[in-house]
Design a protein around this ligand. Structure first.
Ligand SMILES: C[S@@+](CC[C@H](N)C(=O)[O-])C[C@H]1O[C@@H](n2cnc3c(N)ncnc32)[C@H](O)[C@@H]1O
Length: 281
């Protein structure tokens, strides 16, 4: 990420979640009444121009992946809460709105993000008159340069409480060192803790047409100043997460069967590049 600027990819993801609320058929995969409100009038024009054309299948598929991953994180959080989790940490929260829709009165939420992105989010919330929920704590951290544990502890994170982490849309932008250090912190939590994340397979693992879609997306995020740097195949990420007791790693067929079956529109994933994973201690 470029230091002084809020994440541009966070805006693009939020525009697609908002487009899902406005343009996709019911039932929505991610029902998020704050998704449009957080963008407010500031991004009204960009939202109007956000691509939703059914003749651009990879664009529709990208929107499908983005709404599915947020929904998956919230579904896995629900499972974690049933097992006693009482803290939820969103790593690289971007414009995620879960904290504003949190249905669990006893769940403490920590939003960790790059300081520039977090500041921008807080300004958008203020502009939209969206108040900060009482059980939300903001934790500004640059994963590449600062210590996640130090910043979390000084923000009041309690290591004696099982915790669930969401790490959505962040892993491909990190160095392997930053990825491993964050996984090291998560894997040292109490039993019952866990994480959900998404990751991208390396170009070399993709069939020809998907290589082209990968190149187009990689070029766009590079132009946004946030190049993709880290890819895993399923066996590679399984090896990185071997200390976790249980893992679930979903490809497009499973995600489509779970979230996009019997839709009346053409919203669904294509290809095999992006995957959703959860891991439990
Ligand atoms: C593609 S956005 C995803 C945002 C959000 N999780 C979502 O799904 O809408 C990537 C996020 O990673 C954060 N990020 C990227 N590099 C970071 C770093 N070095 N330190 C902290 N956050 C970082 C950005 O600020 C941004 O919020």
């Amino acid at each position: 990420m470029q230091d002084a600027h809020p994440s541009r990819t966070a805006l693009r993801v939020a525009l697609r979640r908002a487009a899902h609320q406005l343009y996709d058929a019911q039932p929505l995969v991610l029902n998020d009444p704050i998704a449009v409100a957080i963008l407010g009038t500031t991004y009204f024009e960009e939202l109007r121009r956000t691509p939703t054309r059914p003749d651009r299948p990879f664009s529709v598929a990208l929107r499908a992946f983005l709404v599915a991953r947020s929904r998956y994180a919230e579904d896995t959080l629900a499972r974690a809460i049933a097992q006693g989790v009482a803290q939820y940490v969103l790593l690289g929260a971007g414009l995620d709105t879960f904290a504003h829709r949190n249905p669990y009165p006893h769940l403490r939420v920590f939003e960790v993000d790059h300081p520039a992105t977090q500041q921008w989010k807080r300004e958008l919330l203020e502009t939209g008159s969206l108040p900060t929920p009482a059980n939300l704590t903001y934790v500004p951290v640059d994963f590449e340069r600062e210590s996640l544990p130090e910043q979390l502890y000084s923000a009041g994170f309690n290591p004696q409480v099982p915790t669930f982490f969401a790490w959505l849309g962040v892993v491909p932008y990190l160095t392997l060192e930053a990825f491993r250090s964050t996984i090291g912190f998560i894997s040292a939590r109490l039993a019952g803790s866990g994480v959900s994340l998404d990751y991208v397979q390396p170009r070399s693992a993709l069939p020809f047409l998907e290589k082209l879609a990968h190149d187009s997306l990689a070029a766009r995020v590079q132009l946004a100043g946030e190049p993709f740097r880290l890819f895993f195949t399923p066996p590679e990420i399984a090896a990185e997460l071997s200390v976790f007791r249980n893992r679930e790693d979903l490809g497009s067929d499973e995600i489509n069967a779970h979230y996009f079956a019997n839709r009346t529109d053409n919203l669904k994933l294509l290809g095999s590049a992006g995957r959703l994973l959860s891991a439990w201690l």
